[in-house]
Design a protein around this ligand. Structure first.
Ligand code: FAQ
Length: 310
């Protein structure tokens, strides 16, 4: 019987069809998905903080309303993704405990500080831009609940990317000081945005198996290149430059050449030594502890409801 199950799984993957929660799947497939989906969910939740820090200091009611909606969307993405992880048998409370204990990762990008309001625009443009580039192909991920979750997430990320770019274009039409603020922000976020795609392919232990299983559809370097190619013309329209002297169009390849990100900085941030790692986790832990009474109340309410219906 086990052979039948394995054949069913492998032929489903080979036909590029979807694996659903009810289907048998190899333990490695399940664990890889839980790892990636949990990291993704944690990134959405921790990712609320860098921009959330500017909610009380937004320069106008309009900007505040947009930013509030954007940050709330990220919370929704996180909850959606935790639900997808639950269909694989993961326990949501356990995933949160692991995040707070530093045992599960979240995206390196959220360990950089947001120093000016221009960072809100830059994060929308470059960070959500990189997220879309990475996540549009994930709409075709072989695991049904993950792929379907990505469709809605990507639609919302597109709105986020547009609001960021629109914010920056508005600032670029402003004063010299505002233009300088945008350029300074872009200088800080460009390299960390490139690192979001993960280590170079020859140092990416998970890519080969994840692609064979249809969990990932492109390698880290392929997506990084795609992101560079789409961002350069957008920077030209905006009137900013990227801090990379090696960034130049290569007509033979039909792509932009670009410099090497500082991978030792990346490894350091992933290990927990980035500028904001400690604070991000501390804030998350405090929010979780402060929410204990809500979880207790919800459980007590559910227990009473059950008693009454019995
Ligand atoms: N940061 O073998 P690979 C967002 C880890 S977007 C930290 O290449 P894989 C939206 C990796 O986990 C951000 N760690 O791994 C938003 C692995 O460690 P492990 C979230 C990283 O999985 C915008 C090790 O390095 N998006 O949140 C990073 O095949 C604005 C070796 O790497 C997603 O999660 C990194 N940048 O490829 C929210 C997308 N890169 O687990 C708020 C889904 C790699 O073995 C505001 N995820 N690592 O201990 C993916 O597509 C993949 O997981 C990759 C990594 C491409 C990120």
């Amino acid at each position: 019987e086990h052979d039948d199950l394995t054949t069913h799984f492998e032929s489903t993957i080979a036909r590029d069809q979807r694996i659903e929660p009810r289907d048998w799947m190899p333990e490695g497939y399940r664990q890889t998905l839980i790892r990636q989906i949990a990291q993704h969910a944690h990134s959405e939740i921790i990712g609320m903080q860098p921009e959330g820090n500017w909610l009380t200091r937004a320069p106008s009611l309009r900007r505040k309303a947009i930013l509030t909606a954007k940050v709330q969307d990220e919370a929704g993405h996180g909850l959606y993704l935790y639900s997808a992880a639950e269909t694989l048998g993961a326990d949501r409370a356990e995933l949160t405990d692991k995040l707070i204990a530093g045992k599960q990762k979240y995206s390196s990008i959220f360990n950089y500080p947001t120093l000016s309001f221009a960072d809100v625009g830059t994060i929308g443009w470059l960070v959500d831009g990189a997220a879309i580039c990475n996540q549009v192909p994930l709409c075709r991920s072989s695991f049904g609940p993950y792929g379907r979750a990505m469709i809605r997430v990507c639609k919302e990320e597109s709105f986020h990317q547009r609001q960021g770019y629109e914010l920056l274009t508005t600032m670029m039409r402003g004063t010299d000081a505002q233009r300088a603020m945008v350029q300074e922000s872009v200088n800080r976020f460009w390299w960390p945005a490139l690192m979001m795609f993960g280590p170079p392919d020859d140092q990416s232990p998970n890519t080969e198996q994840s692609m064979a299983w249809g969990i990932k559809r492109h390698t880290n370097d392929e997506l990084r290149q795609k992101f560079v190619d789409m961002s350069v013309p957008q920077a030209q329209v905006l009137g900013v430059t990227f801090p990379d002297p090696d960034l130049v169009w290569n007509p033979d390849r039909g792509h932009y050449d670009f410099g090497e990100p500082d991978w030792s900085e990346f490894m350091d941030v992933v290990k927990g030594n980035g500028a904001m790692n400690f604070e991000r986790i501390a804030v998350r832990r405090e929010a979780h502890e402060n929410g204990q009474w809500v979880r207790d109340a919800a459980l007590a309410f559910a227990a009473r409801e059950e008693q009454e219906t019995n």
